[in-house]
Design a protein around this ligand. Sequence first.
Ligand SMILES: [Mn+2]
Length: 399
Amino acid sequence: MQGVIVMRFFHMSDLHIGKQLHERSLLDDQRHVLTRVVEYVREYSPDAVIIAGDVYDKSLPSAEAVTVFDDFIVNLADTGTTVMLISGNHDSAERLNYGSRIFTKSNIHVAGMPPRNSGDHLKSVVLKDEYGEVTFWLMPFIKPGYVKGVFADENAVGASTDAVGDCCSSYDSAVHAVIARENIDYSERNVIVSHQFYTNGQTQPSRTDSETISVGGIDNVDVSAVKDFDYAALGHIHRGQKVGYDYVRYCGTMLKYSVSEREDNKALLMVDMKEKGKPAEITELKLDALHDVRLIKGKFDEIVRQYSDKNTNDYVSVVLTDENEVYNARQTLIDIFPNLLSVSVDNSRTNREYVEEYDDVNVSLDELFAEFFRRMQGRDMSDDERRAMEDVINISCRQ
Ligand SMILES: [Mn+2]
């Protein structure tokens, strides 16, 4: 590739193709942003494009979602770049792995399955620049249980049972062990591609509402597992950020996948590797969306006045602060915001209810349902309704 003297690659992750935002399909948005990525590839000629997991939103993606990704991969391959991708926690490892051996012939390297027995190893891809070789290690999403067999086998040829227990007792130990057994030569340049929840000591990455991560952080892996690499291309966390080191990066999603990401700047990372020991140069290539995601908060009348002639196609979440309920607010707002995501109320009543909910967790099921009924219907239950509810609760609690 002319003009490229150092290794250059793009880092992206968490495409979540097929994802919906408040029941709204994002396939057009995804097609649009992936087209932009291919334009960037033509413009900057990276040697490789890395996709660090969560290609699809579901392990069984829809036919349309598969087509969107297929078109993207074919367009990437047409540019002549090398593609490397791993499975994330949302992908089916087996499905993503399908056809991977034949794809390799088109410079598309897919690592769907993590190693499962002692004969399996991480897939690696070696590319060269004028400073020599760079080895890319593709490590699919790992749960301790997935890789138990790797160490159980090794146990059979002499390792202690304790070592097996240690290797697979947590996400942290499993990932450390899977990397350690590759005997990587860190005097050369190495890049790891990984999809895990990396933390830096007690410091957690900044999260969003669109990730699926265990509460309490049992799935976390300490960043020490990947600190010896020259670059860690990470996926899983949907907000772009570094973890402890400049070269350990989450690139984040290409699109805003929740209202909590409304202020995020979504970008593709372009990484230019330098010689061993010199920090890589990292550039953010901005990704403009077909629709922005916004939160608009205020009094109904003011919102109507301010936005009725704006013709915005953005995905908008509205929070009304009126003290009194607004009649048919939703219908009026949909006329103003055709891509309305949600309408909610934030006033002194909802704040009080919020506090009460958390103050009073010891209410009985009867009381809880009575409160739910009151909020939904705007009145208390009649005696007949109350008896019917009590019957239902009694029957279901006896089973
Ligand atoms: Mn994800």
